[in-house]
Write a protein that binds this ligand. Structure first.
Ligand SMILES: [Zn+2]
Ligand SMILES: [Zn+2]
Length: 117
């Protein structure tokens, strides 16, 4: 990512996360990841060996923790130094399981808090 892209992602995280998900650079990156995964949920494929259509692109390093990776499909694992996926296509039920904090929030907080991918 460029300096200005990282600065914009940081701004979104701190001020208005929705703006990130409306950002044209995110929308095109998201489309790129879905195409790369052939619209298949990668967690269903790897964990359950079953096919499910993906409808979400998840940040393995959560956006709010690592805005500097927000548009990176790959990242280097700091421990093993291997190249790993940072953006991954998931179905909605796998995505919920990757975000247990969201399920808890659903009960008490408004829907506007839901859109962290
Ligand atoms: Zn899945
Ligand atoms: Zn996610």
């Amino acid at each position: 990512m460029t300096e200005s892209e990282i600065a914009y992602a940081w701004w979104c995280v701190q001020n208005n996360p929705h703006r990130f998900y409306q950002w044209s650079k995110w929308l095109s990156k998201r489309a790129e990841v879905l195409a790369l995964d052939r619209y298949e949920c990668q967690r269903c494929r790897e964990v359950y060996h079953r096919y499910r259509k993906a409808d979400t692109v998840h940040h393995v390093n959560h956006l709010k923790d690592r805005p500097d990776l927000a548009l990176e499909i790959w990242y280097k694992d700091p421990v093993t130094h291997t190249k790993r996926r940072n953006l991954v296509s998931l179905c909605s039920s796998c995505h919920d399981e990757e975000h247990p904090e969201k399920l808890r929030r659903k009960i008490s907080e408004p829907i506007t808090e839901e859109r962290w991918d």
